[in-house]
Design a protein around this ligand. Structure first.
Ligand SMILES: [Zn+2]
Length: 281
């Protein structure tokens, strides 16, 4: 899944590099993947997209609800939850891909599924999405609409026995906030990922809210995380504090060892000193 900062970066780069290019060939499902999802028959993608110009791109909060990059090709809307790569004319293409657009100038754009990925292609309705596409739109944490009052509403609507990770990064409660960006958000807020909401006091909750906004903003402004690659295959400029890249490093605050463990369908990383469990459990 693409997370919020990277989908901002991808859509900004698509808006700079791909606008006005006309699709010559669209190839979907060339290398079938068990967890690649399309709308309808992938072999119909060529008919849907060929001859169409790329007209704009949004982060996944434009028409859908985060964790996607949206690309509009005249009257078609692509909703992509995979990484998206640009290939200049003559540049080597990926050995395996699940969606490949060839443009009239012989440049390409490819999507390759990692664990799973959607590559939806819809006729662009008045509001972007066809009626049958159900999407609960909710405020994007990088916009002013995601304010402390809204965060409180989310908090009050959540079972207080859930953990901080479950609250922030599951159920698509917050669009585009997944397990990747979660780690630094909680480290910055000094909250252990397994702490139950009911053990978190008002000051800590406020700190969590500010960390959601500020951490995602920093990741977006610095071109995405250094664990992810952008449209041109370059790693992002945001240096992750907690990720597979940094596990062996000391905690930047206390100098102690960082911890990685599996929890709720993905690894969590934390500093047991700076993010104590306190009275939880
Ligand atoms: Zn520490």
């Amino acid at each position: 899944m693409i997370e919020l900062p990277e989908t901002y970066v991808l859509s900004e780069q698509i808006n700079q590099a791909l606008i006005g290019k006309t699709v010559r060939n669209a190839t979907a499902n060339a290398h079938p993947h068990a967890f690649a999802w399309y709308t309808g028959d992938p072999s119909a993608y060529h008919a849907k997209l060929s001859g169409k110009k790329v007209t704009s791109s949004n982060p996944g909060t434009g028409y859908t609800c985060g964790g996607n990059t949206e690309i509009i090709c005249e009257d078609m809307l692509l909703v992509l939850s995979t990484p998206v790569k640009y290939h200049a004319p003559g540049e080597k293409l990926p050995a395996k891909h699940q969606l490949l657009l060839e443009f009239e100038d012989f440049s390409h754009m490819s999507c390759t599924v990692q664990m799973w990925g959607c590559m939806f292609c819809f006729p662009f309705a008045e509001n972007g999405l066809p009626d049958e596409f159900v999407c609960n739109k909710s405020p994007d944490p990088l916009t002013a609409a995601f304010d402390e009052a809204y965060f409180d509403t989310l908090w009050r609507g959540t079972k207080q026995s859930l953990s901080a990770k479950a609250f922030l990064a599951t159920e698509q409660r917050i669009p585009g906030l997944g397990n990747g960006v979660l780690q630094d958000i909680l480290w910055n807020a000094k909250i252990h990922p397994k702490r139950k909401l009911q053990t978190i006091n008002d000051a800590e909750k406020e700190s969590m809210f500010h960390s959601v906004k500020a951490t995602l903003f920093a990741m977006r402004m610095q071109g995405g995380r250094d664990t992810e690659r952008d449209l041109f295959g370059c790693k992002g400029g945001y240096k992750t504090i907690l990720s597979a890249n940094t596990l062996k490093n000391p905690c930047p605050t206390c100098g102690g060892s960082l911890v990685r463990e599996a929890y709720l369908g993905g690894n969590i990383y934390y500093c047991p000193v700076c993010q104590p469990m306190r009275g939880a459990n």
